[in-house]
Design a binder for this molecule. Structure first.
Ligand code: 0RA
Length: 636
């Protein structure tokens, strides 16, 4: 059945125009139309179901990747309301699915995910799908409505058979006209995100099914321990320094705090923070309150137990957090998200809320488990000593070489521009490539920093040790930002740092080492979107007089379908390309392809880096086999 012409209201027209706008400029609503934007559709629907769970009216969500490429999300919440909406004079279900920003969250004061950052609403998913089916179980009946590219196929939801249970089922099929690159969902990406959501919503059972595979694959995420289970999970490949995971919860007037943490024998700090289940990569007031209270509590305890003497300086925040794995989660009634990627919590009252809560609860914990607390303090003290020793060593070399800070590395071929916005730094691996890269660059805006051989694996070293590595030093000096707690993005000399390595296994290794350095010690560079991976081609093919460059085996196979006789030559390394080729394929902003390194999911990135760069050889091998040649995992 279709809507009769005279039943169309003015409001219907605006609605369709609204969804047309989403189809015309999808990037404005979901960030991109690449794999990341595609997965956004799933988060958008799931977040609505999670809101029901946070409201305490839903405890099961099932996400199914359908064999025909669609996705189904089922929850046992209250069901999207189906009654007539006063203003639009249609069913609320129709309104929620066809009106921009009509999340339909009529209730005030609830903690919601979908009202916040991603809150573009399910209508955006509807607009960007060839087909969407909604099934609501509510008010004693099943209600169904179908849509095509956002437009309802019937004016009203159809009332079906009676049911007792309540809930919502949304099925959608992403539109390949919009998602031209791919409409294929990645099981692992969805699994990590759902696992994270389950950790954050204690007791919520989330099932993920993949019906595209035979036999069907199914994983269930259900954590009775909440954040404690999360910390345990993050530390599976690390060695805990003490047995008890610190577990603190506080309920305030306008906010709630949950915190779990444990130190490990590693040197890196893993602090994940969330506000209303949204991963706040850029930190914010909840993290500030946490850090301040933590540094104070450890110093106070160390002094009280005479582990720090009067003459000793205070331990710094960095010392205290060495080896720490922590998850800080707050729920805020009206979260304000700020920052480049809107993932920084801005509510000022949350800083003091978290700080006050922890000023009370941390000393209690440290007293109660004082043998464990002593081990934590000892680790902080040894971090402080290493920091001090490294500082002295650095000053000594600086004095010896007469090199004062502020000098640039000798190896850097800098650009002439002093405007970071237009300046690019190519970090180039391999002796043979640096020459052509220097010849190929536009010296006004492109700088080249050659690095030699394998740089230090910072995953296994302390920051202090990393700073003694020349390649690491050169990168930091060239960037101008400093590192760790002293990092200052406003001092970045380039707003694009482009990693340029061979398209082979060694190149991939170097790239991962460099990414580990950025991820561990200069993370704001990644968060600001300043880090890129160059994509030099793997093949050159000549057809007649025209030369084609192909980036990988998949592109070659595609090309050979059309040109079966073409004979490709494979570049063994960057050094085999001449300057003109390197410029055209890899460096010229007009013709090159860069991959921007992005970090949607810090927990997943954490897993990737600790697996790839850590000590556990067996799991590293499996990981590399499962992700062979794929750098996309960093890209989502
Ligand atoms: C609008 C209002 C209410 C719930 C929902 C929408 C809702 C949306 C989705 C999307 C997927 N699952 C969902 N479950 C619920 C509040 C309903 C009430 O007050 O009864």
């Amino acid at each position: 059945m279709t809507a009769t012409r005279d039943s169309y209201q003015a409001s219907d027209i605006t609605v369709l125009e609204g969804l047309e706008a989403v189809r015309r400029r999808p990037g404005m609503y979901i960030g991109s139309t690449g794999p990341r934007g595609l997965h956004h559709l799933v988060w958008e629907v799931v977040d609505n179901s999670v809101d029901e769970a946070m409201a305490g009216v839903c405890d099961k969500i099932t996400v199914t990747l359908l064999a025909d490429g669609g996705v189904e999300v089922v929850d046992n919440g209250r069901g999207i309301p189906v009654g007539r909406h006063d203003k639009t004079r249609q069913s609320a279900l129709t309104t929620v699915l066809t009106t921009l920003h009509a999340g339909g969250k009529f209730e005030q004061g609830a903690y919601t995910v979908s009202g916040g950052l991603h809150g573009v609403g399910v209508s955006v998913v509807n607009a960007l799908s060839t087909r969407l089916e909604a099934e609501v179980r509510r008010d004693g009946f099943i209600w169904n409505q179908e849509f095509e590219r956002g437009k309802p196929k019937t004016k009203e939801p159809a009332k079906g058979r009676p049911v007792k249970k309540t809930g919502t089922t949304i099925r959608f099929w992403p539109d390949p006209e919009i998602f031209a690159e791919t409409v294929e969902f990645d099981f692992d990406v969805i699994a990590s995100r759902l696992r994270e959501t389950a950790f954050l919503t204690r007791g919520l059972e989330i099932t993920l099914r993949d019906e595209r595979r035979d036999p069907v694959v199914e994983e269930v995420f259900h954590y009775k321990g909440g954040l404690v289970d999360f910390v345990n999970h993050l530390n599976t490949k690390r060695e805990p320094l003490h047995p008890h995971i610190i577990d603190i919860s506080e309920v305030g007037e306008d906010a709630e705090l949950d915190l779990a943490m444990q130190w490990t024998s590693t040197y890196n700090e893993v602090v994940l923070s969330f506000a209303n289940n949204i991963n706040t990569h850029e930190g914010g007031t909840h993290e500030e309150g946490f850090r301040k209270a933590l540094t104070k509590a450890i110093n106070d305890f160390a002094r009280a137990k005479n582990l720090l003497k009067e003459k000793d300086e205070n331990l710094t925040g960095e010392d205290v957090r060495e080896g720490l794995t922590a998850v800080v989660s707050v729920r805020v009634r009206e979260p304000q998200f700020e920052g480049q990627t809107k993932t920084k919590l801005g509510n000022t009252e949350i800083r003091s809320f978290v700080e006050r809560a922890l000023n009370r609860r941390l000393p209690e914990w440290l007293e109660r488990y004082s043998p464990e607390a002593r081990r934590i303090v000892e680790k902080s003290i040894s971090a402080a000593r290493a920091r001090e020793a490294a500082r002295k060593a650095r000053e000594l070399t600086r004095r010896k070489s007469g090199l004062e800070s502020g000098g640039l590395p000798d190896k850097l071929a800098d650009c002439s521009s002093r405007d970071p916005g237009e300046s690019e730094l190519f970090i180039v691996e391999g002796k043979s490539a640096a020459g052509p890269a220097k010849a190929a660059r536009d010296s006004a805006t492109q700088a080249i920093l050659p690095i030699r051989g394998k740089i230090l694996n910072v995953e296994k070293a302390r920051l202090a040790k990393a700073l003694q590595n020349t390649e690491v030093q050169d990168i930091i000096t060239a960037m101008g930002t400093g590192i760790g707690d002293d990092f200052d993005i406003t001092k970045a000399r380039y707003h694009k740092v482009i990693l340029l390595a061979d398209a082979d296994v060694d190149g991939a290794h170097i790239r991962t080492l460099l990414l580990t350095l950025f991820f561990r010690h200069m993370r704001p560079l990644i968060e600001a979107g300043f880090v890129y991976i160059a994509q030099p081609p793997l093949y050159r093919v000549k057809v007649g007089s025209k030369v084609h460059y192909l980036k990988d085996d998949a592109e070659l196979a595609e090309f050979q379908k059309e040109h079966p006789k073409a004979k490709p030559t494979r570049f063994k390394g960057l050094g085999e390309m001449n300057a003109a080729e390197l410029r055209e394929t890899t460096m010229d902003p007009e013709t090159r392809v860069l991959i921007q390194v992005q970090m949607e999911d810090a927990a997943r990135a954490e897993e990737v880096f600790s697996t790839l760069m850590g000590d556990d050889v067996a799991s590293r091998k499996t990981f590399i086999q499962e992700n062979a040649g794929d750098i996309r995992f960093l890209d989502i």
